[in-house]
Write a protein that binds this ligand. Structure first.
Ligand code: SIN
Length: 311
C-alpha cells in the first residue's frame, strides 16, 4: 500500500508535511544546507530574522527537561539579508519559509517591504510570538495592535504571508484572534510558539537553569503537545478554510504528528525533538507516521486531516 505524505500551503506544494521549527538547525549556512539536503523534511524554515545580526541572550539559554525543553535564546540570527540571500540565491531544492521578527512594528513593516520588493517567491512568516526578547512583548497577545499591524501589512504586501502565533489558553481568545485573522488573506498560521515564561528549578543547586530573564523561558517538547493540539484544533474550527495551519509543538513521534493532522494541521514542524535527536528525527518520524497510516488504511493526509472525533 502506498502512502502519500505530500501537503500544501496555499499554492506551495511540499513533498511531505514535515518542517523544522524556526530556530532549530536553521541559523547558519551549514545548518541550512544540511536541512536543504535532508531527504525527509518537506520544507525549510529559516531562523526568525531581525534587521541586523544578533548574538541573542546570554548563556546558558537552553536546558533539556525530562519531557521537553526550556529556552530563552533571544533571537540569535545572522540578520535579515543573510536569510533573504539564502532563500533567493542558493540552490533551493525544497520550499522555504522565510521567518522574520523585527523588534518593532516599524521594523516588521520595513522587512516586509524588502521581501515584497525582492525576487523571493516563497512563503514568509511573521513571528509575532517570541517570548524571549527583553522589553519586546508578544505582539499576538495584543489583539488591537495585531489587527492594526495586519491592516498596514496587507495594504502593500502581496506575497504569501503567514503568522507565528503564541499559544492561547482561553476559548474567548481563540474567538478573538480568529476573527481578526479571518479578515486578511493569510497563507497560514503557525501554532504554537513555545509556551512563554515557564521556569525550571535545579533543586540541588537551588537555582534556575537559564541565565536570561532571571530564568524565565519558553517551554517546548513533549510537555507542550496538549497545548499545541488544542491550539491547532481550536484555530482550525474558527479560521477560514483558506488559512492553512502549521502545527508546531510537542512532536516526538509519528503518533504525535498524526494527532496534529487529525486536529487539522496541514504541515507539522518539529523543534525540541529535532534539537535533541538531530536531523535523523525526520526519517524516524516519517516512517512512524507511514506505518500508522498503513495500519489504518489511509493513503493520504486528506483521509484524516481535521477529522478528530468528539466523544
Ligand atoms: C528565541 O530565539 O528566543 C526563540 C524563537 C521564538 O520563540 O520565536
Amino acid at each position: 500500500m502506498t502512502v502519500d505524505l505530500s501537503s500544501k500551503i496555499q499554492n506551495t506544494q511540499f513533498k511531505n508535511l514535515f518542517l523544522n521549527a524556526s530556530g532549530i538547525h536553521c541559523q547558519s549556512k551549514k545548518e541550512l544546507e544540511e536541512l536543504m539536503n535532508d531527504h525527509y523534511s518537506g520544507g525549510l524554515v529559516t531562523k526568525s530574522a531581525t534587521p541586523n545580526s544578533r548574538f541573542g541572550n546570554p548563556l546558558p539559554r537552553y536546558h533539556s527537561l525530562p519531557a521537553g525543553s526550556i529556552n530563552s535564546m533571544g533571537l540569535p540570527n545572522e540578520g535579515f539579508q543573510f536569510y533573504l540571500d539564502y532563500v533567493t540565491h542558493s540552490n533551493i531544492q525544497k520550499p522555504t519559509i522565510l521567518s522574520i521578527a523585527g523588534m518593532s512594528k516599524e521594523e516588521d513593516l520595513e522587512l516586509l517591504h524588502q521581501i515584497q520588493d525582492s525576487k523571493y517567491q516563497g512563503l514568509t512568516e511573521l513571528n509575532l510570538s517570541c517570548p524571549n526578547v527583553i522589553g519586546k512583548p508578544q505582539m499576538a497577545y495584543d489583539f488591537a495592535s495585531s489587527n492594526q499591524m495586519l491592516k498596514e501589512i496587507f495594504a502593500f504586501f502581496k506575497k504569501p504571508l503567514g503568522i507565528k502565533l503564541p499559544p492561547y489558553f482561553d476559548l474567548v481568545h481563540f474567538d478573538k484572534i480568529a476573527k481578526i485573522l479571518n479578515q486578511y488573506p493569510l497563507s497560514h498560521v503557525n501554532t504554537i510558539n513555545s509556551i512563554g515564561n515557564g521556569m525550571w528549578v535545579d533543586v540541588e543547586k537551588e537555582s534556575v537553569v537559564l541565565k536570561p530573564k532571571g530564568g524565565f523561558g519558553g517551554i517546548g517538547g513533549a510537555i507542550a503537545l496538549p497545548t499545541a493540539l488544542a491550539n491547532v484544533r481550536a484555530l482550525r474550527q474558527r479560521l477560514n478554510a483558506s488559512i492553512n495551519i502549521i502545527g508546531t509543538g510537542g512532536v516526538t513521534s509519528g503518533k504525535d504528528a498524526f494527532a496534529h493532522v487529525l486536529c487539522g494541521a496541514n504541515m507539522v514542524s518539529i523543534g525540541t525533538q529535532l534539537y535533541e535527536e538531530g536531523l535523523g528525527a525526520f526519517q524516524r518520524i516519517n516512517n512512524e507516521l507511514i506505518e500508522i497510516m498503513k495500519a489504518k488504511g489511509y493513503h493520504s493526509l486528506d483521509d484524516f486531516r481535521g477529522k478528530l472525533k468528539e466523544q
